[in-house]
Ligand binder design. Structure first.
Ligand code: MSP
Length: 681
């Protein structure tokens, strides 16, 4: 059995996990399951990237020591992955002692090979991304995040990245699938061809990092530190059995990353490894972004959706199916509750759910729950052969497309088979055959054909729908587990004749669209307002639904509708444009946030409003956790007279909508590209 070692990015712990992070981990979990069903020993590493400025600032804002803060957030990631049933074999936190040892070892290897020197840098720097921009001037937007850069002058340790231009280009040439998809590979090649500057790998202005072994209070640049997690997590530099495991599993077969961090993985990482004389990973695959309301889902944009409410309402399989089917892997894709529920209802409830339910119900009713024997030539027709041929084709197509990371096409092929079998049932009308005793052999053939196709569908869909495919498998009365099936051995005719099916239950109950969306919104609101961490139960009366148990209240039959929205308050008195012009509203960005002592309601915020940095006190502490606000764009009323609240002078007011029927504030969101200081009119 050959090994297949894959990784997700190591997520920053400056914020709670959202659907963007979940997307990467779900895809990695699908690949892991698929490779296992191909017979590989597939092992997956995930983890958290816990050093650096962003994390340090978030911890400060939460009034916590960085280690205690990261302990808490990393736990949220793990709890969410567990709750969603995502399986991983290794978890690395970059604040673990074993990791520091590995990073220092990498440094020594690279230094010994002559690729490190001490130099100084003066120029624009992005504090958010901890990036020396190298070109242009302070104030220019950061090429990664678009935030304004600031001038810094620093002595640093540099890595001779420039020496790796040609070796990297050779790597992309010799190993054309090192960077995938193809379009991204071309981007990487042109970036490297454009010339590589040496890279500063130390930071003197930061404490929260791994100390460099140079004795001058520098810490490692967060990327030199983080990438190494892929090796530490499986035993690099740990000695003994751990080290042996690293030798067996390294190089990684796949680093799965979002497109915005491809450069670090496809350029810096192989260059570090080449310099250290260590084997290079076999490939990097960059996927696109999950967009919500046309914008990248991210904390700073304030347009976050969490996986947990979706899991509670429709089960993790519904979410997995949507993400893999709706988004062409490698490209950006939009997420909306509307599309999510539509996909669930049409493809899962209607197509696969109905196929499973009616096939199994009829076997139960007409054959007393025994898989019928397809009878000989007399009762066999061309349509049966067509289903069989289609199933054989689908096994081939689904396996090949999944193998090429074309998940959406693979699922389309599987659902093509589902549609063909549903059509076959409609055309062959087993319910009519059941009324005619002399048609019993034909009835047996039709139901056998449908059940066998259903078995094949459950095996092929298992990497994406692990829970539901398992349910269908068990309802078919099959032994073993669906995920233990080997794809290479899957073929028509393996359904044991005469086997007894189990109790038939709907696998995907239909959801009432409006009620489901309302419930999803309510849960999401509750989660963000309460600052609840994944894994905790919702505080609200809606009973938490177990995985794969869709929320009762959202089901189509007799569900209690969610409470209607309370009426909006009456409109105020009209004012003139001149009255309005007196109000100076600006776009700002929260730099720091902390609770005001002695009250549960107030947060003290430091807000960059373009022209200056302001302190403001806002009554939003019951709705927002301080750390969730760092980096977030806000709208403020900038020309209010200062006012003292709890001894702190508040210079401005943050604009928020107030939910009718409660006094819960919801901050107005502003796209990230709007510069701080922009005026609203
Ligand atoms: N810590 C670095 C990665 C270091 S890897 C050695 C980092 N962390 S992150 O928390 O910002 O996570 C980035 C990854 O999360 C992305 O590369 C992507 O895999 C996932 N996503 C975060 N937001 C996303 C979307 N809106 N859409 C899709 N994936 C996104 O960068």
């Amino acid at each position: 059995m050959s090994k297949y070692y894959l990784t997700t990015p190591l997520y920053y712990v400056n914020a709670q996990p959202h659907l963007g992070h979940t997307y990467s981990t779900i895809v990695a979990d699908v690949i892991r399951r698929f490779r296992r069903m191909q017979g590989h020993e597939a092992l997956m590493l995930t983890g958290t990237d816990e050093h650096g400025q962003k994390v340090e600032r978030s911890a400060q804002a939460a009034g916590m020591d960085p280690q205690a803060f990261t302990d808490q957030v990393t736990q949220s990631f793990r709890a969410l992955w567990d709750e969603l049933g995502l399986q991983y074999d290794f978890f690395i936190r970059t604040t673990e002692a074993r990791h520091a040892v590995a990073v220092q070892k990498l440094f020594h290897l690279v230094e010994k090979a002559g690729y490190i020197y001490k130099g100084s840098y003066a120029g624009p720097y992005c504090f958010f991304d901890e990036l020396y921009v190298g070109e242009g001037q302070a104030g220019d937007p950061c090429p990664l995040c678009g935030r304004p850069t600031e001038q810094v002058t620093e002595e640093n340790y540099f890595f001779k990245l420039s020496a790796f231009e040609q070796p990297l280009l050779k790597l992309y040439r010799d190993q054309p699938d090192f960077v995938r998809p193809e379009s991204r590979r071309n981007e990487v090649i042109s970036f490297v061809r454009g010339g590589l500057r040496d890279l500063s790998i130390s930071r003197a202005n930061l404490k929260w990092g791994i100390p460099m072994p140079t004795g001058d209070n520098h810490v490692f640049y967060v990327w030199f530190d983080a990438l190494m997690g892929y090796m530490t997590g499986i035993g690099f530099a740990q000695g003994g059995a751990e080290e042996e495991r690293w030798k067996r599993l390294w190089p990684a077969d796949l680093h799965l990353v979002g497109k915005e961090i491809l450069r670090f993985h496809a350029v810096y990482w192989p260059a570090f490894l080449m310099a250290a004389g260590l084997p290079l990973p076999r490939g990097v695959y960059a996927h696109g972004w999950l967009l919500f309301e046309q914008d990248k889902m991210s904390k700073s944009r304030g347009n976050i959706v969490s996986a947990e409410p979706i899991h509670r309402v429709m089960g993790a399989d519904g979410l997995r199916y949507f993400l893999l089917r709706e988004i062409v892997f490698g490209q950006d894709g939009s997420f909306s509750y509307d599309a999510l529920v539509d996909r669930y209802n049409s493809d899962l409830a209607n197509d696969l759910g109905n196929l499973a339910k009616r096939t199994l119900d009829m076997i139960s009713r007409y054959f007393d729950g025994e898989i019928p024997y397809p009878s000989g030539v007399a009762a066999r027709q061309g349509a049966d052969q067509e289903v069989q041929d289609k199933a054989t084709e689908t096994i081939q197509a689904a396996t090949a497309t999944f193998d090429a990371f074309e998940f959406s096409r693979g699922l389309e092929a599987i659902w093509g088979l589902v549609a063909a079998v549903n059509k076959y049932l409609v055309e062959n009308e087993p319910w009519t055959l059941a009324d005619q005793p002399d048609e019993r052999p034909r009835l047996a053939t039709v139901l056998y054909t449908a059940a066998e196709a259903l078995r094949i569908v459950s095996v092929l869909a298992a990497p994406v729908l692990p829970v539901s495919a398992g349910r269908i498998w068990r309802q078919l009365g099959l032994s073993g587990e669906v995920h233990e099936q080997l794809l290479a051995e899957l073929k028509w005719g393996q359904l044991p004749l005469g086997g007894k099916i189990a109790k038939v239950e709907a696998v995907f109950p239909r959801l009432d669209k409006a009620a489901t969306i309302a419930e999803l919104r309510r849960l999401e609101q509750e989660l963000s307002a309460a600052g609840r961490k994944p894994g905790q139960k919702p505080a609200a009366p809606a009973a938490p639904q177990g995985p794969q148990a869709p929320a009762e209240q959202a089901r189509s039959a007799g569900q209690p509708a969610p409470p209607p929205a309370a009426a909006a308050p009456p409109l105020g008195e009209r004012i003139t444009i001149d009255d309005f012009a007196k109000v100076d509203m600006r776009v700002g960005q929260v730099l720091a946030a902390e609770r005001v002592k002695g009250t549960d309601k107030l947060l003290k915020l430091t807000v960059d409003i373009g022209l200056e940095t302001r302190t403001m006190v806002a009554g939003i502490a019951e709705a927002y956790r301080p750390e969730s606000l760092i980096g977030r764009k806000v709208v403020i009323v900038a020309n209010l007279q200062p006012r003292k609240l709890r001894g702190i002078e508040s210079n401005g007011m943050i604009v928020a909508a107030v939910l009718t029927g409660s006094d819960k504030p919801v901050l107005v969101s502003v796209p990230d590209e709007v510069p701080n200081g922009s005026k609203l009119k």
